[in-house]
Design a protein around this ligand. Structure first.
Ligand code: URA
Length: 209
């Protein structure tokens, strides 16, 4: 079963309180999501391996540690996933970025894929699928399945806020995927919005409505 990691760091919770607040405008919302993406990236990558390297300080030789060549790919789910991606890239600038675009079929309510563009060596990469809102879980489940169908196998999910329904669905569909979030909220409403949530993440990031 994939583990759920909820980041209760005060800086993350402080910024999340402004992100949730309906009084926060588009510019500030985008900046805060970017900052939280960066702070979360610090923890999401905590288990990455390092290897010893020999370096020379101005004073002496020493063994220091560097990331052991782990290749990372960030896969934002369009469009809201884009909002967290730059923040993560500030900490891991060499990461490649793939994109998965999904829309919800108005009749079946299922997630339908309309765009996929991935780094070629996706099967060799550690992958972070990024979407701020894990609501029903349908988009994350579909996106991760699409990545697995193309050979990806080391996948984690990173978001801002999750509903218990989405966490359960994702864990059941992909039990190898750990989930990293800043808050686990109460429930979904009848329109699959997270309660209390933050509203529509895509609209708030891009100023659409
Ligand atoms: N997507 C959003 O942007 N917000 C929600 O509350 C649920 C899904």
């Amino acid at each position: 079963m994939g583990k759920v990691h909820v980041f209760d760091h005060p800086l993350i919770q402080h910024k999340l309180s402004y992100i949730r607040d309906q009084k926060t405008g588009t510019k500030e919302f985008r900046e805060l999501v970017d900052e939280v993406g960066m702070l979360m990236a610090y923890e999401v990558t905590r288990d990455f391996e390092t290897t010893d390297v020999e370096i020379e300080t101005p004073v002496t030789k020493m063994k220091a540690q560097r990331l052991s060549g782990k290749k990372l790919a960030l896969i934002p789910i369009l469009r809201a996933g884009l909002g967290m991606t730059d923040g993560i890239m500030k900490l891991v600038p060499a990461a490649r970025v793939g994109h998965v675009g999904l829309y919800r079929d108005p009749e079946t309510l299922e997630a339908v894929e309309y765009f996929v563009k991935l780094p070629q060596d996706i099967e060799e990469r550690e992958i972070i699928v990024v979407d701020p809102m894990l609501a029903t879980g349908a988009s994350a489940i579909e996106a991760i399945q699409s990545l697995k169908n193309r050979g990806a196998n080391k996948i984690r999910f990173m978001g801002l806020i999750a509903a218990p329904e989405g966490v359960k669905a994702l864990q059941e569909a992909h039990d190898d995927v750990d989930i990293y979030i800043a808050a686990l909220d109460e429930k979904l409403d009848d329109h699959a919005y997270i309660i209390p949530g933050l509203g529509d993440a895509g609209d708030r990031l891009f100023g659409t409505k």
